[in-house]
Unconditional design. Structure first.
Length: 261
């Protein structure tokens, strides 16, 4: 494991150097004078909206995929696939507007926009982020469900699962310990890539809910020629992507003992 981590870290260093050279070089090609139109809007680039969206996606998508695979060709399976179809087909901006109309305008349960820091008031922070997080997590949950179902169906038909059942193990243990652990490899890959995408921003969702996230920040910075912010956000995003890939590689080894050799 130590040698594996060392090799991965040695690969990360030149990659980050190359990315930083590209970022600091290509941004000079942007037209306009940054001194004339510097950004004046204050925003916090550290919103963890992406983390909440990922938790929602994991909490819905993976269990739905497991149930769909275990209950294949039943009402549970059809319902999970219908949810996945709905999640993949629903535009984020439309779902966001619909949720604002229902939960903010009609029912008055949640604020329609804005953001409150977790340290200031955790209840207000949760109220302002739960709708945009669900909007972002909805589509990802659908993708996770499909990938989890496919991987689980493949794992459930493997010889080691049949052997575990032949030994008389409880079905829940067979599914969770034997099948799920081996089916998690493609799911971990998807989670690492999609979390990087969520962290780098979702401009439409942030615009609808007035969330000060990375997506809106970098778009506004490009239009305002705020080179320092563009460089920082892109470099942070690239670093996050590379780090998530490293964590995914480590997670492969942890969930699948066969890869430790």
């Amino acid at each position: 494991m130590l040698n594996f981590l060392t090799q991965r870290l040695l690969q990360i260093i030149p990659t980050l150097i190359l990315v930083s050279m590209l970022i600091f070089g290509l941004q000079q090609l942007l037209p306009g004078d940054p001194a004339l139109i510097m950004a004046g809007e204050e925003r916090d680039p550290k919103v963890l909206l992406a983390a909440m969206a990922l938790l929602i996606a994991i909490g819905i998508g993976i269990p739905a995929g497991i149930v769909s695979a275990v209950k294949k060709d039943t009402a549970w399976d059809y319902g999970a696939n219908l949810f996945a179809l709905w999640g993949l087909s629903t535009p984020n901006f439309w779902l966001g507007i619909l949720m604002i109309f229902l939960f903010s305008v009609t029912l008055g349960w949640l604020p329609a926009s804005g953001y409150v820091r977790m340290g200031e008031n955790w209840q207000a922070s949760l109220a302002t982020t739960i709708m945009p997080a669900f909007v972002l997590g909805n589509a990802l949950a659908a993708v996770l469900m499909r990938h989890t179902r496919s991987a689980m169906l493949q794992a459930m038909g493997a010889d080691y699962v049949r052997t575990a059942r032949a030994k008389g193990l409880h079905e829940g243990r067979v599914v969770l310990k034997h099948a799920l652990r081996n089916a998690m490899t493609p799911v971990i890959t998807l989670l690492a890539l999609d979390f990087g995408t969520l962290l780098s921003g979702a401009v439409l969702t942030e615009q609808i809910f007035t969330i000060p996230g990375f997506g809106k920040l970098i778009v506004d910075s490009v239009f305002n020629r705020d080179y320092a912010v563009v460089q920082g956000v892109v470099l942070v995003t690239a670093t996050v992507y590379i780090s998530l890939n490293l964590l995914a590689d480590v997670a492969y080894v942890l969930v699948n003992p066969r890869l430790r050799g």
